[in-house]
Design a protein. Sequence first.
Length: 246
Amino acid sequence: MRFTALEVLEHSPKDFKRFSLQNIFMAGVEGAKNQNPSEIAINLPPPPPSAMTKTRSYKFSEYMRSKRDWIEQMRGYLMVVATVIATITYQPSLSPPGGVWQTDIKDANQSNACSDKAKCEAGTLVFAYGNLEFVFLCYLICNSIAFTASLCVIFLLISGFPLTNKCFMVILTLAMCTTLTFLGITYVLAFVLLIPTNLREQLGYMMFIPIGVLLCLILVVLLIHLIRLLCKICKFIFTCAMKQIC
């Protein structure tokens, strides 16, 4: 059985010390009753270090989870883009611009590109003969490069390498830039092949303006990456030199 301080004083001898202590306790009780509850300062103990550590680790895990989700979404987007480009660049192999010759032609009256020496064989490409032979050859080369680069991007994405790897990202970026570059050049060359001769002569070099703009953009991007690479190399050399001096 437990007693309060006042109950203990009730059972103690009645002397001067008892009355003094009793008055002190009574004054404290009255002061506590008259005090406003809102003015009472509540000193809560600080959260334990383990709780703070758990909170920080939870926030960090949430950040890493969101970053991982973003990386997986980026992988999916790149896969879709690469697949679409591969489909586009594969299509000219089935239906090339200009079509194919339906029969063997060696009469110049039927086609200026055909002659007795250069017979147009059935099933071969129409643009492979004539004045646009070089343009069509460039078209085939650029289309093949774009198709191959898009397949490389797809292969890299399904290989399982993490996108956080810098070396992997450099290779993937180069492959994707190559794909987009030669896809744009292929479009312009196909445009040159399909427009009529009189319109081609009127446009002249204006037809190649999109290729020039695309190449300028590529050069700017490559220059920026080259400057960043040189800065990193210089910083690394400077750090090594300072360590040797110290």
